[in-house]
Design a protein around this ligand. Structure first.
Ligand code: SAH
Ligand code: SF4
Ligand code: F3S
Length: 498
């Protein structure tokens, strides 16, 4: 990103093209109604407030953007940070900052609890820094009870907004600066997708790219459709244009993001409608892009067309995250997953046959209301047959407002915990055996970081998403290199550069 110096002292981090559009905003004229022009206006306006603060502090104010949730939540936090940098804040990882914003997740109860803990901590910091402002946004804010609780017990919060109006963040910042009360703006939903707003990426060499927003699947345990709204697809041209821009800015790997990427395109006008497989193919054509990932494909509609596109495109990462949730057809029916255990198994084994070098990973929920020990046996059986390369296992968490919240539990907490433990044991055994199959092979990896424990090592990610540690320096970060895998350590490898 270019650093543009304005008035000789303040620095706003946006690219030149966007800077010109922000500069063109007329603060003495009418507030534009159309987006994104309206937000450019408010970015320019917010700069005045941040400038004033900078003068008072004698330095640029610091901003910290914390993400609690999935890849989409992380991507949203990059958009938030993009606006904060565009208005003149300097990024920091520490919450000892002038603006801290928590992007919340509410998929399970423990995600909620973490947020409350952090708000308490931020409140204690605010007592020491009179300039500090605290924002809370994201999925949890789409639930009225959470907002009520913050209003009542976390008065230190200055700004609350939800998932649907994230694009208005610059405008909300201005409202916050102009108000001495808690600013709250929550929308019930929206059809709007606003393009061309600032983004500050966490990694210079890889990036998430939204392809759909929201979810229409309504799995009975899941809060996401209620907090993210109805499914909307971005125009394929906007997606490809974003990927091209990212590549021009140094990105080598993208991850296409949606709650169910397979349903990409539904709702687009006929002249723009393409399938996810077609979109993936188009993205692969972007010159200079080296690797494409996607998350998450729903097993109910993973097409042969998609498998064929993956097969034909070496750029597509050899990793399919295929959430199982349960291996019992009856539980799947009650979860509203729309596939049977046999259909899932057929698909997973087909992927194993057709894409033999691809890792298959999954998500599994234990303790869904009504689940019996025999249902868990069915789940374990699938794990043994598919032999997942990795699996995320969760204990069911009741989400108020979802259909499953009204379903009856038949097992005790202890029984659920014991089912969880026996599932985890099988998952670990099969995953270990599975990843060892790449021992002694050569793999192309994207180097992501220095090794946390040993600074003489770097950590790279294979096409199938497995990590490998090998000797190397900081100069390799962001590069693709070829590595020989010497030793499998369970979920990761030790290797050397070839
Ligand atoms: N759209 C993705 C999932 C997003 S949520 C999909 O359909 O696969 C990520 C994971 O959280 C889910 O796959 C599920 O395993 C888990 N999850 C969702 N709601 C949950 C709940 N109420 N309790 C426990 N785990 C849950
Ligand atoms: Fe939730 Fe199901 Fe949608 Fe995934 S597909 S986000 S689990 S409702
Ligand atoms: Fe959490 Fe929202 Fe993602 S609830 S998992 S941050 S879509």
């Amino acid at each position: 990103m270019d650093k543009v110096s304005i008035n000789g002292n303040d620095i706003y981090e946006v690219d030149e093209e966007m800077e010109a559009l922000i500069e063109a905003a007329d603060l003495d004229g009418k507030v534009p109604e159309a987006e994104p022009q309206r937000q450019y206006y408010f970015i320019k306006k917010a700069r005045r407030y941040v400038d004033e603060l900078a003068k008072e502090l004698g330095r640029r104010p610091l901003a910290c953007s914390v993400a609690f949730g999935c890849q989409m939540n992380a991507r949203d936090s990059e958009k938030i940070l993009g606006v904060l940098k565009a208005v003149g804040y300097e990024e920091t990882d520490s919450e000892k900052a002038e603006f801290v914003i928590y992007n919340t997740c509410t998929v399970r109860d423990n995600a909620d609890q973490r947020v409350y803990g952090r708000l308490g901590y931020a409140g204690s910091l605010k007592k020491k820094n009179p300039h500090m402002k605290i924002g809370v946004c994201g999925c949890m804010m789409q639930e009225q009870v959470a907002v009520e609780k913050i209003k009542k017990s976390y008065r230190q919060v200055d700004l609350i907004f939800g998932t649907h109006n994230l694009f208005k963040f610059a405008e909300l910042l201005c409202t916050m600066f102009e108000s001495d009360r808690m600013v709250i703006d929550i929308w019930k939903g929206t059809n709007e997708i606003v393009e061309d707003l600032p983004v500050a990426r966490k990694y210079p060499f890889k990036s998430g790219v939204n392809i759909t927003f929201g979810c229409d699947n309504f799995c009975t345990y899941c809060i996401v459709p209620y907090v993210r709204g109805r499914e909307r697809s971005r125009d394929p041209k906007d997606i490809v244009r974003e990927v091209e821009k990212l590549v021009a800015d140094g990105v080598k790997e993208v991850m296409l993001l949606g709650q169910n990427v397979n349903s990409y395109g539904t709702g687009l006008p006929d002249d723009k409608k393409i399938s996810f497989a077609q979109l993936l193919n188009e993205v692969c054509k972007v010159e200079g892009l080296e690797r494409v990932r996607f998350m998450t494909p729903h097993p109910k509609d993973l097409s042969q067309e998609l498998i064929d596109v993956i097969k034909a495109n070496p750029k597509v990462a050899r990793h399919i995250h295929l959430p199982l949730q349960s291996g019992s057809t009856e539980i799947l029916r009650r979860m509203n997953r729309k596939y049977t255990r046999e259909q899932y198994l057929d698909l997973a084994l087909k992927i194993r046959r057709e894409l033999p070098d691809a890792a298959i990973t999954t998500d599994i929920i234990v303790g869904f209301p009504g689940e019996t020990n025999a249902d868990v046996d069915d789940t374990i059986d699938i794990v043994k047959q598919v032999k997942y390369d990795n699996a995320f296992t969760f204990i069911y968490s009741k989400r108020t407002g979802t259909p499953a919240a009204g379903f009856e539990q038949v097992l005790s907490e202890e029984e659920i915990k014991s089912n969880f433990d026996r599932l985890l044991k099988v998952v670990q055994e099969t995953a270990h055996a599975q990843s060892a199959r790449f021992n002694d092979t050569d793999q192309r990896v994207l180097v992501e970081s220095l090794n946390e424990q040993d600074a003489s090592l770097v950590t790279g990610r294979m096409s199938n998403n497995t990590l490998v540690h090998f000797e190397g320096g900081e100069d390799l970060i962001g590069q693709f290199v070829d590595v020989h895998l010497d030793e499998c350590k369970g979920f990761y490898y030790l290797g050397h550069r070839i």
